[in-house]
Write a protein that binds this ligand. Structure first.
Ligand code: AMP
Length: 280
């Protein structure tokens, strides 16, 4: 497995791979890799000839008071995990490589990114779309594997790919969960045992909502009220949003249409921001 830090080197290598007919699969990440990320590498391996994992903590997607500085960085461990999982290339550029002095071009998706996380993280998706387009131009993927855990991010990137005629296929891998149901996340590393115990109510509330839908509840308001009630029982949890939305447009739903919607939740566990979602 190769590791590449230079944008130019990565780009010319990717162009070479493509011209020799290799299908390139990209798994973009911010590192601190866990089983959720690694399951995306497995999907990329199945569907492509060369798997590139990018590891880049992207400063432009963090707000000024967010956790950019303290975001977990464990590059050596990550590289080892990628090697064990059978990735072909780890691309881990520096911030200066990706955003050299004078950088001034950003890409914005203006509909799907405006609700949910877009409300409380106003420039977040602009940073995500900008870094993803840069990564796509640098690594020339035939397919890009993203995780359903970040459902709004998936929808925003899908829309960017359509709107900007990018020729990569977007593949979405299912949310990986720990045995207790908690979605794996790099930010879980911040949680103390007791915070984690309380944060479990997030995935529990999603499952409760799903079983309400399965047993015939059609009212979005009843489902959301149940989720908020469930979350309010945990002292350390503060709800940022709990919404039923269309899985593609992220528009708020009026009535449950099974198979077409997601229940998305974001919540603070003390000062740690967690998100999760479930298909209804
Ligand atoms: P991140 O490193 O948090 O930027 O995530 C990189 C990619 O991994 C994104 O496409 C995420 O949606 C995906 N991902 C993160 N957590 C999970 C999970 N628990 N299951 C599946 N994919 C995930």
């Amino acid at each position: 497995m190769q590791t590449i830090q230079s944008v130019n080197e990565m780009q010319s290598h990717a162009i070479g791979l493509r011209s020799s007919g290799r299908l390139i699969g990209l798994v973009p990440t911010m590192g601190s890799l866990h089983e959720g990320h690694l399951s995306l590498i497995d999907i990329a391996k199945e569907k492509s000839d060369k798997v590139i994992v990018s590891i880049f903590v992207n400063p432009t997607q963090f707000g000024p008071s967010e956790d950019y500085e303290k975001y977990p960085r464990v590059l050596e461990e990550d590289i080892e995990k990628c090697r064990e999982r059978g990735a072909d290339i780890v691309f881990n550029p520096s911030v200066d490589e990706m955003y050299p002095p004078g950088f001034s071009t950003f890409v914005t998706e203006e509909q799907i990114s405006s609700g949910l996380c877009g409300v409380s993280r106003p420039h977040h998706f602009r940073g995500v779309t900008t870094v993803c387009l840069k990564l796509f131009n640098i690594t020339r993927p035939d397919l890009v594997v993203l995780g359903q855990k970040d459902a709004q991010q998936c929808a925003v990137i899908r829309k960017m790919v359509t709107d900007l005629n990018i020729s990569a296929e977007i593949v979405i891998g299912p949310t990986h969960r720990d045995a207790d149901g908690m979605a794996t996340s790099s930010r879980n590393a911040y949680l103390t045992d007791s915070q984690r115990q309380e944060a479990l109510c997030i995935s529990q509330s999603l499952r409760t909502a799903k079983s309400m839908v399965d047993s015939g509840t059609k009212s979005v308001d009843r489902i959301v009220a149940e989720v908020i009630h469930h979350l309010s029982l945990s002292r350390r949890i503060r709800v940022i949003y709990a919404q039923v939305v269309d899985r593609d447009t992220m528009e708020p739903a009026r009535e449950i249409i099974p198979g077409q919607q997601l229940l998305c939740v974001a919540a603070w566990a003390d000062q740690i921001r967690l998100i999760d979602n479930i298909e209804l």
